[in-house]
Design a protein around this ligand. Structure first.
Ligand code: 6CS
Length: 334
């Protein structure tokens, strides 16, 4: 850790001769070319242009500083100023974040889902306050794509999950969801999923298509299954004390840029998920695609009815306000 931190301060020292230059360190839970990387590269470009180089954004891709949990810790203590934090992982620290893991919560209209994620006031009050208690500030949330199951057997009904080990992100509600379907759940860090699939330690995992392509999960599974159960949602969070000490000008630039990025990333993730599906099909023509019918989805949906009650149990009145605001918001457009 000492080695890691000393190496880590170099960019700061390098820019120290110009007192007005600030470096904002931004952590990613994904590799180069991913949705989070596309977001961070564009964010960097816009911030550096708007501040005419007075702010430099240094991007730390997945693996440079550890797993997702490490990035959150580094942001809460101020080593990183900014990080991505996916709700399936940060939900174990901030239970309110798990609201986005409640199965079948979202509207079928993704443009609407994206605008709810970026603007709904209940999110920024209830989850925002929970993050502030941990020294962090919620800047935004955005969609990275539909969760698709990649498995070594066809799954069309809950019984197909018997004798099946599913790799999950470690938020309690994600774990509970697959247990309700009848699967055995194995929480594992992202970096270990490929090896675990290859060694048959797990039989399947769930992630958006762009990630299934770049992490090569399709090489070690046979089926891609759209169950319609959930979307991959990530947050961008900042260290709260750092945010509060930003100059008014830089705060404005940060807030404006974060706002503008919502439409940009929505379009880019949608295009990337489409083009990466084509890449998978070209590379592995015998991959089997299964899209569950509404009737098939309903069988899964019935089993996860208790998940909402569990969310409310874990989050109390804060969670209740959040869930009812989001159910209303998502239902307002089909
Ligand atoms: O499955 C995971 O753990 C990860 N999936 C993605 C697409 N991003 C980050 C996250 O940690």
């Amino acid at each position: 850790m000492i080695y890691l931190l000393s190496a880590f301060y170099l960019p700061f020292v390098a820019h120290a001769e110009n007192a007005k230059t600030e470096v904002w360190r931004f952590g990613l839970e994904e590799i180069e070319g991913s949705v989070q990387d596309i977001y961070a590269q564009e964010f960097k470009k816009r911030i550096e242009e708007k501040t005419q180089g007075r702010v430099l954004v240094d991007i730390y891709s997945y693996g440079m500083l550890g797993e997702s949990e490490d990035l959150t810790t580094l942001t809460s203590i101020g080593t990183l100023q900014l990080t991505h934090a996916s709700v399936g992982i940060i939900g174990s620290l901030i239970p309110q974040m798990q609201v986005f893991n409640i199965p079948y919560l979202f509207s079928a209209n993704d443009a609407h889902n994206q605008s709810v994620l970026s603007e709904n006031p209940a999110i920024y009050t209830e989850i925002g306050n929970a993050l502030i208690d941990q020294n962090m500030r919620l800047l935004t949330l955005y969609l990275e794509g539909d969760m698709v199951w990649t498995t070594n057997k066809a799954i069309r009904r809950p019984g197909d999950f018997d004798d099946f080990r599913m790799r999950v992100m470690n938020s309690p509600l994600v774990v509970e969801t697959f247990q309700q379907y009848g699967a055995e759940t194995i929480p594992l860090p992202y970096s270990q999923v490929y090896g675990a699939l290859q060694a048959h330690i797990v039989d399947g995992q769930s992630n958006p298509i762009f990630a299934i392509e770049e992490m090569k999960f399709y090489e070690v599974t046979d089926y891609l299954i759209w169950a319609g159960q959930s979307k991959f949602v990530t947050s961008v969070i900042a260290n709260q004390p750092w945010y509060l000490t930003l100059s008014n000008e830089n705060k404005q630039v940060l807030n404006d840029t974060i706002k503008e990025m919502s439409n940009f990333i929505f379009k880019r993730q949608s295009d990337l998920n489409k083009s990466r599906l084509k890449m998978i099909q070209e590379t592995k023509p015998d991959v089997i695609l299964i899209r569950l019918s509404n009737h098939q989805k309903n069988a899964f949906r019935k089993l996860v009815q208790p998940i909402k009650a569990q969310f409310l149990q874990q989050t109390g009145s804060q969670g209740e306000r959040l869930l009812s605001a989001l159910e209303k918001a998502f239902a307002s457009k089909k």
